[in-house]
Design a protein around this ligand. Sequence first.
Ligand SMILES: [Zn+2]
Ligand SMILES: [Zn+2]
Length: 323
Amino acid sequence: MRGVVFLGNRRVELREFPDPEPGPGEVVVRIGAAGLCGSDLHAYRGERAQTHISGHEPCGTIAALGAGVTGWRAGERVIVHHYAGCGQCKYCRIGYDQLCLHGHRTFGFGAHGANADFLLVPARCLVRLPDALSFAEGAAIACGTGTAYMALTKLGVSGRDTLAIYGQGPVGLSATLLGKAMGARVIAVEVAEPRRALARELGADVVLDPQSEDPVAAIRELTGGGGGGGNPRLHRPSGRAGAGGAECTGVRPSLLRGGRRDGDPGAEPGYHPPPPDPLRVLDFPQRGLGRMRAVDRRAGHSPGSPGHAPLPPGGGRGGLPDV
Ligand SMILES: [Zn+2]
Ligand SMILES: [Zn+2]
């Protein structure tokens, strides 16, 4: 089969690989569509040559099933969740393979990925793709739209909420679409006009251009001041917009990702994370797992209060308490 390998410095190569054979519990997926997202661009633009097939947003049909696979049949349309853990530990058993206590493989990053004719994965990584959705839509859901959905689900978004969503790229636009579907009032913040137009099209109640107006002041105004009563919440205020987003509400959610820090190849260029203290970590209570935390710096919340560990200097996975 053919597979696309990133050679570093924006070079790619189409290479021949042996067709995969499914082992026990595994399936081979014939790829119908594979997405590219920002995570891929880090590897594509980076200097290091990869040896594995790229692509972590796979969607297609089941081509072959290994021994012991039940509940699936050849030809079924599927999305692939691109993390595979041990399948046995407490995190894997509830679907959080990315937190596997014994390490995980990531298809497209270190393990062969989706930019190929076929992809070999454990059957437990499959998600059914409804007939109403195309392969391209399934590929988008595999990572970006799924990321937005998970964040909103963790926040427990409902008709009580106002969401301020900083950035209307694929993940932010997905959050706008899903946030509206969950009943929230959505304020979309975006610098690029075509994306602001898309945000309007997808139902954002208010669309702000932070180049022409102060989004913090605007959001405060829209929510009756400082978010009080409106209960605004933020989705993924990463990058430079994040610090401003924090000022809207007094609560600064922070998506802490895999130990990345400023200066790492994966860190956003020019992004300098704000100092981590004196802040306090709040776990989202509905789903105690995952790495999404809110950092509360409202008056009366001092660092080191009982029951909450302070965010370690530099943040990142290594220093975080187990949740
Ligand atoms: Zn992705
Ligand atoms: Zn595990």
